[in-house]
Design a protein around this ligand. Structure first.
Ligand SMILES: [Zn+2]
Length: 112
């Protein structure tokens, strides 16, 4: 299995879609929750820091929300860690099922 462009050896390759019946990798639900949860947590942390700098500290509601977002991140992270082996297998079979590839660096296209 080749994960590099045969022409310029760039690793920046993307599969070219072959219609609607192309198999998609199964994205675990924990990842779907984890990614926005991390963004929300970062947002709360940034707002808290801004309130500490420009005001007289973060409000109690914000502190509770930050803790809740943190707990959600930890739980989702734990479930994602558990789902990771399945996700890897799913991604690998997805990559192997792709026969038509395109290089983003030199626009070279090739079939496996
Ligand atoms: Zn290339």
């Amino acid at each position: 299995m080749q994960y590099r462009c045969p022409k310029c050896q760039s690793p920046k390759i993307i599969p070219v879609s072959q219609g609607t019946n192309t198999p998609r990798p199964v994205v675990p639900k924990s990842l779907v929750i984890l990614v926005p949860a991390i963004f929300i947590l970062l947002l709360f942390v940034v707002i808290s820091i801004a309130m500490w700098i420009f005001g007289d500290g973060a409000g109690q509601t914000l502190q509770i929300l930050t803790v809740v977002a943190f707990v959600v991140c930890v739980i989702a992270g734990f479930f994602f860690w558990r789902d990771l082996p399945d996700f890897k297998i799913s991604m690998q079979s997805f990559m192997q099922s792709q026969k038509h590839w395109k290089c983003r660096d030199c626009d070279h296209e090739w079939q496996l």
